[in-house]
Design a binder for this molecule. Structure first.
Ligand code: PA5
Length: 444
């Protein structure tokens, strides 16, 4: 089970202050459970893990098996909550050099529809030329421009390369039950499709087919992922003293109230990079509204100690740090001894690389706390599907609670519309004539 250590917050905010928030956290939990909070039509994630049946997982696995059998590469088209969870879990569980290992066992998993870079799309379609590839098209609204653009290109290429009949077998849609262009297209073309439940928003959807299908196609154990999430769902309902998600939410809230406006999520395993990207979206899009919200940032350590380390140690004291620590790496690698000891590293001979990493983590924690940075530590035993399932639900629940404490609707994202409106006006999208005229006048 996840271990949460908030003792290194104490020099900045007392544990009494955090514990005194327990009744408010209980109230927030009650509001989530009773659905009396803002955005209460998006609470489907709350008991999602425990509602997942073996039959449902078997269906996901069957579709994943078809894609694995029929494809050398599978492109996951989606943006925001429609790709970050899958990307995060796949990257965390994959060999660091997976993209160089063509063992023929697993299809290469690629991502598209999360940017509009012409070079990116051009290089992707070039890479896919002549390849047996499939597509998982993910969009809850079914109308997101970035994803729709990529899907149009990929659909055409897949049909041209593989023929319409095979394309129908290797294109899967994950979208709304009724609304949106992705649904219309899936129904018309006869694609296999999965529904994103109405009451689960994008950034809370990794444990729906949105995350589960790509993760299963990549060859990872979705049963274990869900098992971990189910166990955390129970733990996260427990009373404050036994509930790490509740304590993490309360600690963040107390730090924010004490002027710590930026949270830096740090990891000491490069494979966790996209877990931080997923986490940033979850917290950033959920709580950054009404001129409130902790700004979620992230660093990969020790890498970024050589870039951002200076700022963290000595910059404006408005930050706190949350470290995800993995207790046991999957592999064991010992430093060799060297007769000449030219690099002076013989004092490390016989030690595990991880021991050095752990000492770097501890040394950094002490230095940052000395430098005025409160430190929260979240430890997981191993980087496997089961512990990632725990971690995902832990963060989701903590986010839901923290948004209640802040008094914001965790489940909308009104601010995201502003850029879309301008972009459509600039591109002359039908229906945006007035906005087009206004923006042209503004730009002169
Ligand atoms: O969390 C969210 O709701 C958003 O980030 C969405 O996931 C993102 O905008 C993609 O939307 P859609 O799945 O409708 O294409």
């Amino acid at each position: 089970m996840i271990k949460l250590d908030i003792s290194k917050v104490a020099p900045f905010v007392s544990l009494e202050t955090i514990n005194a928030l327990a009744p408010r956290v209980a109230e927030a939990q009650k509001e989530l459970e009773e659905g009396s909070c803002p955005g209460n039509d998006f609470l489907g994630w709350l008991h999602l893990p425990s509602s997942i049946t073996p039959e449902f997982l078997a269906e996901i696995k069957a579709v994943a098996a078809t894609l694995r059998n029929e494809c050398d590469a599978v492109v996951v088209a989606g943006i925001g909550g429609s790709y970050l969870g899958a990307k995060a879990v796949i990257e965390a569980l994959s060999n660091s050099f997976q993209w160089l290992i063509a063992d023929g066992k697993n299809p290469v998993i690629l991502f598209a529809g999360n940017n509009i870079g012409e070079d990116y799309l051009s290089e992707l379609t070039t890479y896919l030329r002549g390849k047996k590839f499939g597509v998982i098209n993910i969009s809850k609204s079914g109308t997101t421009t970035e994803t729709a653009l990529a899907f149009r290109l990929l659909k055409k290429q897949c049909e041209e390369q593989r023929g319409k009949d095979t394309a129908r077998k290797v294109i899967v849609a994950i979208t709304d039950a009724k609304r949106g262009a992705a649904r219309t297209c899936a129904d018309k073309e006869g694609y296999k499709s999965f529904i994103i439940p109405d009451n689960v928003g994008g950034r809370f959807s990794v444990l729906t087919p949105v995350g589960l299908l790509p993760i299963a196609v990549a060859g990872f154990d979705i049963d274990q992922l869900i098992k971990g999430a189910q166990e955390m769902e129970q733990t996260a309902s427990a009373p404050f003293a036994e509930n790490p998600a509740a304590q993490y939410a309360a600690t963040r809230y107390a730090l924010y109230a004490a002027g710590k406006k930026i949270e830096i999520l740090a990891n000491y395993q490069p494979k966790l990079h996209f877990i931080a990207e997923w986490w940033k979206q979850l917290f950033g899009e959920s709580e950054g509204k009404d001129a409130k919200g902790i700004y979620p940032a992230s660093v990969d350590l020790t890498t970024d100690l050589h870039s951002m380390g200076q700022w963290i140690q000595d910059g404006e004291r408005s930050i706190f740090e949350t470290v995800i620590s993995v207790e046991q790496p999957e592999h064991e690698l010992l430093f060799p001894s060297d007769d000449e000891n030219l690099d002076g590293l013989n004092f490390l001979a016989g030690k595990r690389v991880d021991e050095v990493n752990k000492m770097a983590e501890l040394g950094t924690q002490l230095a940052h706390v000395d430098g005025g940075v409160p430190n929260i530590r979240i430890a997981i035993d191993r980087l496997d599907a089961y512990h990632l399932g725990q971690l995902i639900y832990f963060f989701e629940r903590a986010c839901g609670i923290h948004c209640q404490l802040l008094g914001v609707n965790a489940f909308n994202q009104p601010g995201v519309e502003a850029y879309k409106k301008n972009m459509f006006a600039l591109l002359g999208k039908p229906g945006y004539e007035a906005e087009t005229a206004a923006i042209k006048a503004r730009l002169g």
